[in-house]
Write a protein that binds this ligand. Sequence first.
Ligand code: CDP
Ligand code: CDP
Length: 222
Amino acid sequence: MVKALQVAIDGPASAGKSTVAKRVAHDFGYIYCDTGAMYRAITWKAMQSGVALDDDAALEALLAKTTIAFRAGEPEQRVYVDDVEVTQAIRQPDVTNNVSTVAAQATVREALTKRQREIAAAGGIVMDGRDIGSSVLPNAEVKIFLVASVEERAERRFKDNAEKGIHTPIDVLKEEIAVRDKKDSTRKISPLTQATDAIKVDTTSLSIDEVVARIDEIIKKA
Ligand code: CDP
Ligand code: CDP
């Protein structure tokens, strides 16, 4: 029997992690877990509830009584917070620009890391985020670190936003991405970093198909 592996895909904002992770999971019949959506969901909930985004104790209490669930959906997984669908709401710019503050809080990371390890325990999973290979699943058989130039990533985000009717100028997006990358990679607890045993894939000039093919090959060899 083919072993059900743990595949960790990390990298900075808009490097293509979720698009590629979903496709790779489909190719192997694995579960896909978007850990960024979990951080976005608790950020959304905190904003709705008026909880300060850097109040670690209040966030811990809020997380303890909040259910975050994924349900299958096309073209994307649907995300629910306490049975309210938040799939679109958690991708809005206000959540995007606040999520790094919430994600830097110790107890939030501890609680979500625990949930992520439970989800991944049986293997057969592709999990994407910032600290999956370096912290959440240190023993994952496959670790990928996806990167792309900030210009390319801002352009990708610009196109994604345009489809949603959001028209933030590209220079503003570039700045927002750079600020978020800096916050994510300089925080004290499990910052965005390439695990020593991760394979770096630069997607700047690669198509989605090319990136997926490359990762599928790496998994087949693992
Ligand atoms: O899709 P995008 O690259 O914009 O971000 P995301 O994967 O949805 O993650 C949103 C934010 O959640 C990141 O900027 C991080 O602050 C945080 N995050 C994290 O700290 N650790 C993870 N494993 C995943 C996301
Ligand atoms: O999850 P992450 O923020 O890393 O990126 P994403 O939301 O999966 O991808 C951002 C956008 O880049 C999506 O619209 C993709 O279609 C596009 N893209 C990509 O993911 N990979 C490429 N090689 C080229 C474009």
